[in-house]
Design a protein around this ligand. Structure first.
Ligand code: TXA
Ligand code: MG
Length: 323
């Protein structure tokens, strides 16, 4: 029997909803909203009470710090120490899907919980107009992880947020499918050479070119600096088998370009991008994984994805999901 879903907390964006969101955030409540990457679960970053609710609701370990979202560089540098590198990266990629790790200034108003008591802090200026409007009207930074339970697949639709939390969140702002579909690139800008801790829509090549440096990717699970990367992540309920070029009938298949099961296959299959476009594949990834996870298949098999550009981020998420 199918479950009846009442999703009265999902609302389209309007001036009234903006006011409601800001009222809720001012009272230390949480609000879910779309960003250009994935849906976020936001709290006033200056309130311990509000930020602690994020960890509680997501069941997130307190050692895994959050990203603080701000309007612009000026707001970022009110609590972060700028470096030559952070300036170059911010000028090139903000507003947009790049999170910059910086040193925190002393005695700021940011909740210690938001950055898990580290000396560093992750900051992003989002392109999303909705989140920009919320930050401006609240006039405070917003701490926001992806709006899913810890370790699960990130949400790219308002309905996904509802599937995760139901009515435990008072407001989920709906703006359809998010543009990028994959979380922001996280880059450490505390030294002269950028280190990418989480690959994302801003690729290694883009960062190398912009900073004229030997920027490198370091997603090693031993990295103390990136506690979030220690964890198995982006999990589906079903077992995920990656880099599969053939598919058994008891499995669901997530294809790419012309890598799809033949006519004899009678299971469920979806194609991340028939054209073989990696941006389209990234935008479809989490939604398609969720859809296949709901099928009757035993396991999910995924086609090999070219490991270049945003494909590196896709493969990073798939690898962690398959652990
Ligand atoms: O696109 C995104 O980044 C979305 C939207 C909502 O902005 N947010 C998001 O947040 O993906 P979350 O919490 O799911 O991922 C944040 C990542 C984690 O891997 C965390 O460990 C890392 O950023 N992080 C946060 N603060 C850090 C810090 N001070 N040093 C190193 N890594 C940090
Ligand atoms: Mg997340």
């Amino acid at each position: 029997m199918s479950k009846i879903i009442t999703n009265s907390n999902i609302k389209s964006y309007s001036e009234d909803i903006l006011s409601t969101a800001v009222k809720l955030l001012s009272k230390n409540d949480l609000v879910a909203f779309p960003t250009e990457t994935v849906y976020g679960l936001g709290a006033d970053a200056t309130s311990d009470t509000a930020v602690s609710q994020i960890y509680k609701l997501k069941n997130r370990p307190f050692i895994n710090p959050l990203i603080t979202h701000v309007s612009n560089e000026e707001m970022a540098y009110s609590f972060c120490k700028e470096t030559q590198l952070s300036n170059i990266l911010a000028k090139a990629f903000w507003p947009g899907p790049l999170t910059i790790i910086m040193e925190q200034k002393k005695n700021t108003s940011i909740s210690k919980l938001a950055a898990a008591n580290l000396g560093s802090i992750a900051v992003r200026v989002p392109k999303s107009k909705i989140l920009q409007d919320i930050i401006s009207k609240l006039n405070k930074p917003i701490a926001a992880p992806s709006a899913n339970k810890s370790g699960m697949v990130s949400p790219t639709l308002a309905e996904h947020v509802f599937e995760e939390f139901g009515e435990k969140i008072k407001l989920i702002i709906d703006n359809g499918q998010t543009e990028k579909g994959i979380e922001s690139t996280v880059v450490d800008a505390r030294s002269d050479c950028p280190v990418i801790l989480r690959p994302g829509p801003i690729t290694l090549e883009m960062i190398q070119e912009t900073t004229n440096s030997q920027a490198k990717l370091n997603t090693s699970s031993e990295l103390i600096e990136s506690p979030g990367q220690l964890l198995k992540h982006y999990s589906t309920q079903k077992h995920l088998i990656i880099n599969s070029t053939n598919c058994s009938n008891d499995c669901a298949y997530l294809g790419f370009k012309n890598l799809m099961p033949d006519n004899k296959f009678n299971g469920v299959s979806l194609n991340l991008s028939k054209k073989g476009n990696l941006n389209e594949a990234a935008a479809n990834l989490f939604n398609m994984l969720r859809t296949l996870d709901k099928s009757n298949a035993k396991n999910i098999m995924v086609a090999p994805i070219p490991n270049k550009g945003i494909g590196v981020a896709i493969n990073d998420r798939l690898k962690r999901a398959a652990l």
